[in-house]
Design a protein around this ligand. Sequence first.
Ligand SMILES: N[C@@H](CCC(=O)N[C@@H](CS)C(=O)NCC(=O)O)C(=O)O
Length: 244
Amino acid sequence: VSATTSYELFYWPSIQGRGEFVRLALEEAGASYVDVARRPDGMKEMMKLLRGDASTLPPFAPPFLRHGKVVLAQVSNILEYLGPRLDLVPEGEAGRMAVNQIQLTISDLVSEVHDTHHPIASGLYYEDQKPEAARRSKAFVSERIPKYLGYFERVLEHGGGEWMVGKAISYADLSMFQTLTGLAHSFPKAMGHVKPSIPLLGALRERVAARPRIAAYLASERRIPFSAQGIFRAYPELDLDPST
Ligand SMILES: N[C@@H](CCC(=O)N[C@@H](CS)C(=O)NCC(=O)O)C(=O)O
């Protein structure tokens, strides 16, 4: 694939969702890309690729990326591919693997966030699993948020405090920004509670938001707002007080 070939992102057109981790990497790098399903007839193209054909391995679910003849799915896998091409990973293998490790851990956390509003089945409405969602959220805010964020704070400490891995920004920092922003949107009480113990993460979130290309992106129409269709939802009844 030539260095000038445009990236094509395929993701649900009206939510940040998991696609946002890929969008942020493309935006920070100033890469030439198309958010295909947001274009007229783009959804048709996405559904066709999802069904697969003889030439490509079918993805299980969006997001997926096409770059020339390459079609690949899974957020962490997509970012692993993009990292060196967009200069969003350290040079050596050890650094690259470390960034991937952080990204995979963020993916685990994102799945748990999804399960706070869909603990029983993704195919059921939230309204059909509300009591279970409340139980799940209670455990999530009191145990999982402190555990995950405490871990990511230690990762930052280990790396010197500025970036998650190495001496420059990587896609792990962008994904951490997205995760912290989403958690603050969905669980303001729990995030207020944990805030004093994660000063480095708080500063990282601001550092990423202030990156010129990220700031421009966040202020643009390309940044889809949070909504009750995405992963990070704002259901007040799930924003339980972790200390009670
Ligand atoms: N582990 C995958 C998860 C992909 C995924 O769950 N995509 C969602 C949208 S965010 C979807 O469309 N899922 C359909 C399904 O699971 O049936 C990734 O990180 O890309």
